[in-house]
Write a protein that binds this ligand. Structure first.
Ligand code: NAD
Ligand code: ZN
Ligand code: ZN
Length: 355
């Protein structure tokens, strides 16, 4: 049989541009597997961390590897045991990225993204989505999108940029309501959805978006932010926050940057009994001023990606038109240009690669 080949953008060496190469088209080897024709893949800042080699000790990969973990497309081929009442070739699907073992404690909790031996696409032994086709190890990781009028480029970013802030804000929504406030630090891929969830689940809370780019803050306003603050303006952030919150400080802060400076800013802005949720991974360490942290009973925790059911909920919000995906498309040939733009902060919203 002649082996068919497909195009893929691969990491050959850390710190170098991706290489556009031909690789064999994936083939079904196990009965549960599904091959998806990639319709769109979001370009996540995590891809930059990975490409730069920042994560090579925590996520060791055998190179070459095809990255890309925010994927949507159409079912191309299914293995023998895939229930055809669930999936058939031609279906529009979102690929859930937490490819868990299904039997460990975290998988049994429903949090397969936290699996003890998680195999994330493009971040494990499996290749990711910066290619024309991808092999998905089980039909269990696919969400069928019933509304086929939605383009895959609007679905792909939901699998991470739309999912991660959703899970994070769901964890703190009971702290929100009239007279309360929530700050979203970083209005990039994740933050642009974060602002929308803050409005949706904030139940009347004031939503404050913070970034160092005015263009991103304009996007935050379009996403419904009540106030925007440029963190690089040199003005006193604390004073601004105190004015907005009637001297209480913020009730909730979602930090989608996770740099040392934003963690310091978050602790400066948080009010008594406030909660900081950290999802950004830009920094290595954060400093916590012990006395104010203790005296103000500040809570702080991390949040990882989202689970399968949460992805279904996020897709449902998109189908209902309750959230908007702010995207900019790039052809696969221009993936390295898109990566440069993400690095320079010139993509407003989510960059999406369309093979
Ligand atoms: P992005 O590049 O699309 O957006 C980052 C935004 O933060 C930009 O608007 C940028 O202007 C702003 N920013 C950067 N540094 C800043 C600073 N010091 N002060 C103020 N604003 C600043 O990135 P993204 O794809 O949204 O990802 C954000 C982070 O979240 C990355 O570190 C990524 O690895 C991480 N991430 C975490 C999870 C998780 O499960 N916890 C999931 C996806 C991504
Ligand atoms: Zn990601
Ligand atoms: Zn598991």
């Amino acid at each position: 049989m002649v082996e068919k080949s497909i195009r893929a953008a691969r990491i050959l060496e850390y710190g170098k541009p991706l290489s556009l190469v031909s690789v064999p088209k994936p083939r079904i080897c196990r009965d549960e597997e599904v091959i998806v024709r990639v319709g769109a893949v979001g370009l996540c800042h995590s891809d930059l961390h990975l490409l730069n080699g920042e994560w090579k000790s925590i996520i060791p990969l055998d190179l070459p590897k095809t990255p890309g973990h925010e994927i949507a497309g159409w079912v191309e081929e299914i293995g023998k045991s895939v229930p055809t009442n669930l999936l058939t070739p031609g279906d529009l699907v979102a690929i859930f990225g937490g490819w868990g073992c299904g039997i460990c404690f975290y998988c049994k909790q429903g949090n397969e993204q936290m699996c003890e031996s998680a195999k994330w696409p493009g971040l494990s032994s499996y290749d990711g989505g910066f290619a024309e086709y991808i092999l998905v190890p089980s039909f269990r990781f696919l969400v069928k999108v019933q509304d086929t009028s939605i383009l895959p480029e609007k679905i792909a970013p939901l699998t991470d940029a739309g999912l991660t802030p959703y899970r994070a804000i769901k964890k703190v929504r009971h702290h929100l309501g009239p007279g309360k406030s929530i700050g979203i630090i970083g209005v990039g891929g994740l933050g642009s959805y974060g602002v929308q969830y803050a409005k949706l689940f904030g139940a009347g809370s004031k939503v404050v978006a913070l970034d160092r780019s005015d263009k991103k803050l304009e996007l935050a306003q379009r996403c419904g932010a009540d106030h925007v603050i440029n963190l690089s303006s040199g003005e006193s952030i604390k004073e601004k926050i105190m004015n907005i919150t009637s001297n209480k400080g913020m009730d909730v802060i979602l930090d989608t940057v996770g740099a040392e400076s934003t963690i310091t800013d978050a602790i400066r802005m948080i009010g008594k009994g406030g909660t900081i949720v950290l999802v950004g991974l830009m920094g290595n360490m954060g400093k916590i001023p012990v006395a104010p942290f203790v005296i103000n009973e500040v809570k702080m925790f991390g949040s990882l990606w989202g689970n399968f059911n949460e992805l279904k909920e996020v897709i449902d919000l998109q189908v209902q038109g309750k959230i908007i995906s702010n995207i900019r498309n790039f052809k696969l040939d221009y993936i390295n240009e898109a990566i440069e733009m993400l690095k320079n902060g010139t993509i407003v919203g989510r960059g999406v690669i369309v093979p």
